[in-house]
Design a protein around this ligand. Sequence first.
Ligand SMILES: NC(=O)c1ccc[n+]([C@@H]2O[C@H](COP(=O)([O-])OP(=O)(O)OC[C@H]3O[C@@H](n4cnc5c(N)ncnc54)[C@H](O)[C@@H]3O)[C@@H](O)[C@H]2O)c1
Ligand SMILES: [Zn+2]
Length: 366
Amino acid sequence: MARIFKSPASYVQGRGVADEIGTHAQSLGDEALLLADDVVLGILEDGVLASLEAAGLTATAVEFNGEASEAEVDRITELAEERGADILIGAGGGKALDTAKAVRQHLGCAMVSMPTVASTDAPTSALSVIYSEAGEFQEYWFYDDHPDLVLVDTDVVADAPTRFFRSGTADGLATWFEADATARSDGENVVGGTPTRAGHELAHLCYETLRDHGVAAVDAVERDAVTESVEAVTEANTLLSGLGFESGGLAAAHSIHNGLTQLEATHDATHGEKVNIGTITQLVLEGRDDAFIEDYVDFSLEIGLPVTLSDIGLDAPADEDLDVVAEAACADDETIHNQPFAVTPPMVRDALETADELSQRVRESR
Ligand SMILES: NC(=O)c1ccc[n+]([C@@H]2O[C@H](COP(=O)([O-])OP(=O)(O)OC[C@H]3O[C@@H](n4cnc5c(N)ncnc54)[C@H](O)[C@@H]3O)[C@@H](O)[C@H]2O)c1
Ligand SMILES: [Zn+2]
């Protein structure tokens, strides 16, 4: 299998860049459509439309209904066709961006991805996670094309609730362990090849950046402040984690996340929060030494991330519930099979139980 690395064409990050979008998107088309929910439109609609118009583009907005569902994709596609849009700008969290990517695929036009929270590594990827209108995970849709431009305004990211920023850090921390497992097993990455050195090293840089800057960056975002650490972590959560997971590969942590979504009780936990339980469980599965896992749990607690099952809504889960998670995590098409050893549902269930007990002990000993 060939080594493959893919990425968006350009990435722009900094304070106030939302209001400079016209400069960066000018060459992409003439008729821009901004897709965002009511909260996000309230934050940036005026500035973004004014900047696009100042750059000579026609620009309008449409309100996103909040779910990345097929019905919502069809509704926006129809509307975008009526308006003759040739640049689709998705702004918001992972769901708004995933919807914009799907609409763009139907239209075959240019796309700008504008995350307004550093909550996931969705902004740079060429895939959407599609849900039912009721919010249940349905499937992944993969595309040939990445966003043409990813634009992140760090003022906006720092103003958003800190929980999003913490969650993105968890999504980013997982990236290295999963990319490394994929490399060790000579497994397949998310763009249909084996990992390049670039994909692997970007995942590693993501981890190092989050370990070096994560705690002070969260401190800053608690006060809505933008510091160099906030810039570093925003880039890690968004660009490094995005390129690292797609071109480096996913493994157990995200499969365990997908398994956890099977249980209704976890639905209030964010993507990144569930991923963190997946990461600790992956470390247990891999048989990492005690000090290593304890250090990871300790760092998670410093950032303010969940480490136990009850932290993500699973108080004393029944054995059958953990079996459901473990079975789903080990489905044939899951990335858990990128681990460099065969993984079975009983192994995942026992690792989940152990990770929970270990994390409780670390928390109590602090
Ligand atoms: N496609 C991919 O590669 C990929 C990767 C990771 C996660 N995902 C998907 O991303 C989704 C999760 O994304 P999420 O955690 O960002 O949540 P989300 O998209 O479900 O919600 C984000 C929320 O934040 C609000 N918001 C956005 N910007 C804000 C701001 N500046 N201030 C205040 N509120 C703001 C929005 O109104 C919305 O309610 C899941 O569907 C997951 O499957 C996709
Ligand atoms: Zn993720």
